[in-house]
Write a protein that binds this ligand. Structure first.
Ligand SMILES: Cc1cc2nc3c(=O)[nH]c(=O)nc-3n(C[C@H](O)[C@H](O)[C@H](O)COP(=O)(O)OP(=O)(O)OC[C@H]3O[C@@H](n4cnc5c(N)ncnc54)[C@H](O)[C@@H]3O)c2cc1C
Length: 317
């Protein structure tokens, strides 16, 4: 299969890039190994006896500084709304879950899910992407996967490999727990860097969430996550649930649902310091949040900057 522009990653960076290119008349092919769109802007849906519930187990909210990002979000209408968790700054969330925002962004784009790229190779003036036995050839290749995964795909022989290797990303272990509707709800969100649960959010307090249960998402600190990264999910849940229960003032055994998610590459600790990397011949662009920071907006800025460069190269501005 042949395409002009292929983008690996259907997270915020890949989608921002694809939308910008599509608006200028291109038809990029977006490939993602996941079952859903959005990458770390993720929402897990759980079917319970008395109705579905959901958890934003990746990005919790997004903040906006760049007016162009604000305009892009504005165009997505009701997919993104304010969450009043008591913070001074404006915090936005996707509806009906965080993944609702990237899903709205993907409307009309050519996105192929369940497509894990196992290798990329440059051949003459094209890039070859391998998905199991299948091969896709593209003129322009955009990679928007987390830095360690980009480095692995590129291989240590590539001249850009050492640039990516300087980026550091930290893991995050995340607990999703649901309690009865009348369980205590002492706060909507809580950040505490010196606590094993560095972030706790009452997910059910976000607008447009399904179900009547009280749902919580707790993220372990970097230190705690690194220490328990290789524990089994059961052990992680058995350790995190009592800590959460103590903070919110409930009995751990009153939880009607508890599960964990292991993000190996959650947060950028040392960013690249520029919006993207580009190969000497201009056919390979590598980006993602890790280029500029640890936020959804950093991912958008990276993907958008890549699209603008490709549009300049192809004279389609
Ligand atoms: C627990 C957690 C909490 C966070 N909280 C916040 C927050 O509150 N506010 C905020 O602004 N940011 C937050 N972030 C960060 C935010 O989620 C990211 O900055 C942003 O979503 C990154 O987008 P991205 O497109 O760069 O990467 P990703 O979203 O990681 O997208 C990369 C995509 O590439 C795909 N991929 C990887 N390898 C391959 C391959 N070989 N083949 C095909 N596809 C591949 C992945 O499946 C993924 O979908 C949080 C992140 C985590 C994990």
């Amino acid at each position: 299969m042949q395409t002009e522009i292929a983008i690996i990653g259907a997270g915020m960076a890949g989608l921002a890039c694809a939308r910008r290119l599509a608006r200028a008349g291109h038809t990029p092919l977006v490939l993602d190994k996941g079952r859903g769109i959005g990458g770390r802007m993720a929402t897990r849906r759980v079917i319970m006896d008395d109705g579905d519930i959901s958890f934003d187990h990746g990005a919790q909210y997004l903040t906006v500084r760049d007016p162009d990002f604000a305009a892009d979000l504005h165009n997505l209408g009701a997919a993104c709304v304010r969450w009043d968790d008591g913070a001074d700054s404006l915090r936005l969330v996707g509806v009906p879950g965080m993944s609702g925002l990237p899903r709205a962004m993907a409307a009309g784009l050519n996105v192929r899910l369940g497509a894990q790229i196992t290798a990329v190779r440059a051949k003459f003036d094209r890039w070859q992407l391998y998905i199991d036995a299948a091969r896709i050839e593209t003129r322009h290749l955009v990679m928007t996967v987390p830095a360690p995964q980009a480095a692995a795909l590129l291989g240590d022989g590539h001249p850009l490999h050492h640039r990516i290797a300087g980026v550091a990303m930290a893991p995050c272990l995340t607990l999703m727990a649901a309690f009865p509707a009348d369980a205590p709800r002492p706060f909507r969100s809580r950040a505490a860097d010196d606590h094993p649960l560095a972030w706790i959010a009452q997910d059910s307090s976000k607008p447009g969430r399904a179900g009547t249960l009280t749902t919580w998402v707790a993220q372990a600190s970097v230190e705690w996550s690194e220490r328990h990264l290789e524990d089994t999910s059961e052990i992680i849940a058995s350790r995190m649930l009592p800590i959460l229960a103590e903070v919110i003032g409930v009995a751990p055994q009153s939880a009607v649902y508890a599960a964990t998610h292991r993000w190996r590459y959650a947060r950028t600790v040392t960013p690249l310091g520029e919006p993207f990397l580009c190969s000497e011949d201009g056919t390979l662009h590598i980006g993602g949040d890790w280029c500029l920071g640890a936020r959804v907006e950093a991912a958008w800025a990276s993907g958008t900057a890549i699209a603008d460069t490709i549009l300049e190269q192809t004279g389609s501005f």
